[in-house]
Design a protein around this ligand. Structure first.
Ligand SMILES: Cc1ncc(COP(=O)(O)O)c(C=O)c1O
Length: 465
C-alpha cells in the first residue's frame, strides 16, 4: 500500500496543446505589459484548475511543476484541506479587512501564532512575522544590530547624545556596524538585504550599498566522495577567510548564510563546515543568521535545513518566507528587543496567509510530508545521477538534499535551452546560478511525479545535445 500523499483527481500526466506560453497567455501578457513589466512571466496560470503538482495554464496546457513559484508552494495547488477550510468558513474572519496585527489582531491570530510556534527551530522560541523574505532579512539585521549594541553598552540604554545623533544619521559606532555575507549569496533585493546579496550584479547595479565585507563560499564539488580532499581544503580556506574578516573588523555584528545557496546556483557546504562556522562566530561574539527563506518548511527532508547540521548551539536568528506563506524570523530568547515598536510595521504579516499556513502545517504534520520528501528526494537524486551518467557531455554535478535538488548543464546557454525545451514538453523547471537547473517541488511531490519529471528532462536534454 502506498503511503505517498494523493491529491484526488490530480492529472495523471502532462498535456501540451499549444506552445508554452500559448496564445491566451501572450494576449494576457500584451494587456498586462501596458501597466506592469510582464516580460518575466513564464505563463498565466489557471488558479482554479491547477491541482497538486500540476499547473494548468490559460491555454489549457497541463504541466508538471518542479519550480513551485520559486520554491514557494508548500503542499501543491488547491490542496483539498485548504479548499475545504476555505469553503467551510475557516477563514471567514480574515475576509472582511486586513488588520494591523501589532495593535488590534483578531483572537484567531493567537491560534495561528501558537501553530507557527510548533515548528520553531530548537532554541529559537520567539518570532516576528512580516510579509516577504527580504523584509524577514532586513528585520533580522535590525534585531542583530540592536542586540549587538545593547551588549556593547554592557546592557545599558543609549544616551541622549546617541538619540540626538541618530536623528542626523550620525551614530558613533553604529554606522560602522556590518553584516558579513558569502560570495554567491542571495538575501533579497530591498535596500539593506541587497548589501548582503552577492549573486548577480544586475540586482545591485546603481543602488547605494553598505560597505559590508564578503567572504568566499565553499561550494562543494559533486559527487562528494570523489572530491573529499578538495572540498575539505576549500572549506578550511573559507573558514580562514571568515576568521580573517572578523580579525580585520571588530564591527561585524552578524554573519548571514543560506544553508544551501539558492539563487546563487544551488551551492552546498558540509554540515561540518556549518558546525565550525557556528563555533567560530560564537567564540567571536558575532551573531549567526541562517537564512531559510528558500530552504525552510520541509523541502530538504528536515523542517529546517540547518537541523541536519547537528549544531551544539543553535543559530541566533533564522529567517523564513516562501513556503511559510508569511515572512519572518525566529530568534533566541536573549535577543528579544526590550523596547516596543523597534521591530514593527503596519501589517506585521497577513492573517489570511497565517490561517492558510496553520492548515498547511497541519497537513505537513498529519501526512508526515517532511519524511515523505526525504524519501522522494532520494529517488529524485538517484534519477538525476542516472541522467547525468546517460548524458555526461551535457549534465554534471547532480546534487540535493530532500527534493531541493539541482543539476548543472555544461554552460549557461545549454541550461537555458534545456529549461526552455522542457517547458514545451510539459515540465516547469527553474534555473539557478548561471548553469544549474533547480528543483523546488511542493512537499506532495511523489514517486509518480519523479518518474515523469525525469522522463521529460531526459527528452529535453536529448533535443539540445
Ligand atoms: C535565501 C533567500 N533570502 C531572501 C530572499 C528574498 O525573499 P523575497 O523575494 O520574498 O523578498 C530569497 C528569495 O528568493 C531567498 O532565496
Amino acid at each position: 500500500m502506498s503511503t505517498e500523499p494523493v491529491i484526488p483527481n490530480e492529472p495523471q500526466g502532462v498535456s501540451i496543446l499549444t506552445r508554452v506560453p500559448g496564445p491566451a497567455s501572450e494576449a494576457l501578457r500584451a494587456r498586462h505589459q501596458h501597466f506592469q513589466d510582464a516580460r518575466t512571466i513564464h505563463l498565466y496560470q489557471d488558479a482554479r484548475k491547477s491541482l497538486g503538482s500540476f499547473i494548468v495554464d490559460a491555454d489549457g496546457n497541463t504541466l508538471l511543476d518542479v519550480y513551485g513559484h520559486i520554491a514557494a508552494v508548500p503542499i501543491g495547488y488547491n490542496h483539498p484541506a485548504l479548499l475545504s477550510a476555505w469553503k467551510g468558513g475557516a477563514f471567514d474572519w480574515a475576509a472582511g479587512f486586513r488588520p494591523a496585527l501589532g495593535i488590534m489582531p483578531p483572537p484567531e491570530w493567537v491560534d495561528i501564532v501558537e501553530a507557527i510556534s510548533k515548528v520553531a527551530p530548537v532554541g529559537l522560541p520567539r518570532f516576528v512575522t512580516v510579509t516577504t523574505g527580504s523584509e524577514a532579512v532586513e528585520n533580522a539585521f535590525k534585531a542583530a544590530f540592536i542586540a549587538f549594541m545593547r551588549r556593547r553598552r554592557g546592557g545599558a540604554s543609549w544616551s541622549e547624545d546617541d538619540a540626538r545623533l541618530s536623528m542626523i544619521n550620525a551614530q558613533p559606532g553604529v554606522n560602522e556596524l556590518k553584516i558579513l555575507s558569502f560570495e554567491g549569496a542571495f538575501h533579497g533585493r530591498s535596500l539593506g538585504a541587497l548589501s548582503a546579496t552577492r549573486s548577480k550584479a544586475i540586482h545591485k547595479l546603481d543602488v547605494p550599498a553598505f560597505a559590508w565585507p564578503v567572504v568566499p563560499f565553499p561550494a562543494n564539488k559533486f559527487p562528494l566522495n570523489e572530491h573529499v580532499h578538495d572540498n575539505s581544503a576549500l572549506e578550511a580556506s573559507c573558514l580562514q577567510a571568515v576568521t580573517d574578516a572578523l580579525d580585520a573588523d571588530g564591527n561585524i555584528a552578524a554573519l548571514i548564510v543560506e544553508p544551501i545557496q539558492g539563487e546563487g546556483g544551488d551551492r552546498h557546504a558540509s554540515p561540518a563546515f556549518f558546525r565550525a562556522l557556528r563555533d567560530l562566530l560564537k567564540a567571536r561574539g558575532v551573531f549567526m543568521i541562517v537564512d531559510e527563506v528558500q530552504t525552510g518548511a520541509g523541502a530538504t527532508g528536515t523542517f529546517w535545513a540547518h537541523e541536519a547540521w547537528g549544531l551544539t548551539d543553535p543559530p541566533d536568528f533564522v529567517t523564513f518566507s516562501k513556503k511559510m506563506q508569511l515572512g519572518g524570523f525566529f530568534y533566541r530568547e536573549e535577543h528579544a528587543v526590550p523596547e516596543t515598536y523597534r521591530i514593527f510595521n503596519t501589517y506585521l504579516g497577513d492573517p489570511l496567509r497565517g490561517a492558510q499556513l496553520a492548515v498547511i502545517l497541519d497537513v505537513i504534520a498529519k501526512d508526515d510530508l517532511v519524511a515523505h520528501t526525504k524519501r522522494t528526494g532520494e529517488k529524485l537524486l538517484a534519477g538525476l545521477l542516472e541522467l547525468q551518467a546517460r548524458y555526461p557531455d551535457v549534465l554534471s554535478q547532480a546534487r540535493g538534499v530532500g527534493t531541493h535538488c539541482a543539476i548543472d548543464a555544461r554552460d549557461p546557454a545549454t541550461r537555458d535551452a534545456i529549461v526552455g525545451a522542457v517547458r514545451q514538453l510539459g515540465l516547469e523547471a527553474g534555473g539557478s546560478g548561471d548553469r544549474s537547473i533547480r528543483f523546488r517541488p511542493p512537499l506532495v511531490f511523489a514517486s509518480r511525479h519523479v518518474g515523469l519529471a525525469l522522463d521529460l528532462l531526459s527528452a529535453a536534454v536529448a533535443t539540445v545535445r
